[in-house]
Design a protein around this ligand. Structure first.
Ligand code: ATP
Length: 430
């Protein structure tokens, strides 16, 4: 019995099985071998008529004949291309979406496609020259969701031999032979033959490398799984060499499959930059990667925050409640009782009003033995960059800063030793 049939016999599928048949030699061989190896299996043939070549309708008619020959059900879906570029990708997406719909409709867990070892080598080389992530060099997976590729260990020649031996006929796609048509064709027609002339084992060696990479990836993944919880809890706990691969996995787990190398490098720089305890990197779309001290997270790009007008200050009048902050705030000269939060202010003789306004870059708080820039206070209090503009300073007149209200609602007061708390004391309450 043919090795190919033996290979298929090893699979046990629930019925029905969906098989993607283009009418080309690969899928014709797969269909025949499926039929021979699983004679009791209910087979559903899925075919997409792309209407891209003059022969497209002929292909569909040929596939209909195959359905009769193998007593299979047949579903043909028409693809009407409206775009002028990116047809290949669009056609592929359309095809896999169609397969998934069919699988649901027929309650099937299995969609067979006939990619073989030569397709795999071409895919690996294509990915290699396009650039991207190392794991793309492992090529197509033998199983992904419901899609199964049982021929990845067989070369085109093996399928050709099978077709000859079993007197099969198939449709030829002339565009497959035109190297100017796609990069894949150029690899198939020119580059792989040239590589094989240099070393007859070239294709096998490329596949071997891909398998080794896949195994390394597996090992890396096992280790990365252990680091993922640490990354979320406190990224500085992840050993430096593992940070980048763990981040990559974290991003893909969150649905970011197409993060570019440049972006990963930028993220790496941001994390290691001690001068910048918080910051972000654009990931494309509306998303950003954020570092906030030891935490990392993904955030939707904030709509440009309205920068508070720096000169906008709110006057606090004695014993009047003010609603500028999330909890109403009052400056009072009456001994406060029963308030959750009270701050005692030094006597301010002759002062009838206080002001609350967004901080300015030159603002400084008085501390023991000197002063400290409000900007620095915010950094030391680990207020993320994007929240800092919510900080408010309390002033008696424009220059004398009594205190700072942090965006997290906490206060830091100036420690002005010249100002005595006395019977003229006032209080801030909220
Ligand atoms: N028109 C089609 N209708 C149904 N199945 C198809 C069609 N074209 C291709 N397939 C399935 O996809 C397999 C791969 O086909 P082919 O190598 O032509 O596609 P490709 O465009 O290189 O594929 P991919 O984009 O999936 O790598 C075929 O063996 C077949 O199982």
């Amino acid at each position: 019995m043919s090795k190919i049939i033996e290979t298929l016999k090893k699979y046990h599928w629930d019925t029905p099985v969906i098989i993607a048949v283009s009418g080309g030699i690969d899928s014709v061989v797969l269909l025949d071998a499926l039929y021979q190896s699983h004679p009791q299996q209910t087979i559903v043939i899925a075919h997409v008529n792309y209407h891209l070549r003059a022969e497209s309708d002929g292909d569909a008619a040929f596939v209909a004949q195959l359905a009769e020959k193998y007593q299979a059900q047949l579903v043909i879906k028409d693809f009407h291309n409206q775009a002028s570029s990116g047809i290949e990708g669009r056609a592929r997406d359309f095809r896999y979406k169609f397969f998934e719909e069919l699988a649901q409709q027929y309650h099937s867990q299995t969609v067979l496609v006939a990619h073989h070892a030569d397709d795999q080598v071409e895919t690996i080389l294509l990915n290699l020259i396009r650039g991207g992530q190392l794991n793309q060099l492992t090529g197509m997976s033998a199983v992904r969701d419901k899609v199964l590729r049982p021929f990845l260990n067989y070369y085109r020649q093996d399928l050709f031999d099978y077709a000859q031996e079993h007197h099969l006929s198939w449709r030829e796609d002339e565009t497959n032979f035109d190297p100017s048509y796609t990069a894949r064709n150029a690899i198939r027609q020119n580059i792989l033959p040239a590589l094989s002339a240099l070393n007859s084992g070239a294709k096998r060696h490329i596949l071997d490398f891909a398998n080794q990479i896949a195994r390394q990836e597996q090992l890396m993944n096992q280790q990365i799984q252990l680091f993922l919880p640490q990354l979320e809890e406190d990224w500085t706990k992840v050993p430096e060499d593992w940070l980048n691969p763990t981040l990559k996995r974290w991003l893909t787990d969150k649905g970011f499959y197409r993060v570019k190398n440049q972006q990963l490098i930028a993220i790496d720089h941001l994390l290691k930059n001690r001068q910048k305890p918080s910051g972000y990197i654009d990931l494309g779309g509306d998303w950003q990667f954020h570092k906030i001290y030891q935490k990392i997270c993904l955030k939707k790009k904030a709509k440009k925050p309205k920068k508070p007008q720096e000169n906008l200050s709110v006057m606090l009048e004695l014993n009047q409640w003010n609603f500028l902050t999330d909890k109403p705030l009052c400056w009072s000269n009456q001994q406060p009782e029963g308030y959750e939060h009270v701050i005692k202010l030094p006597g301010l003789p002759g002062v009838n009003h206080l002001f609350l306004r967004p901080f300015r870059s030159a603002d400084r708080l008085v501390i023991k033995g000197g002063s400290k820039a409000v900007r620095r206070v915010l950094i030391d209090a680990k207020i993320p960059l994007e929240n800092r503009h919510h900080a408010l300073v309390l002033t008696a007149n424009d220059n004398k800063i009594l205190g700072l209200r942090l965006p997290n609602g906490k206060w830091q007061m100036s420690q002005d030793s010249s100002a005595q708390a006395n019977q003229d004391s006032t209080w801030l309450v909220w």
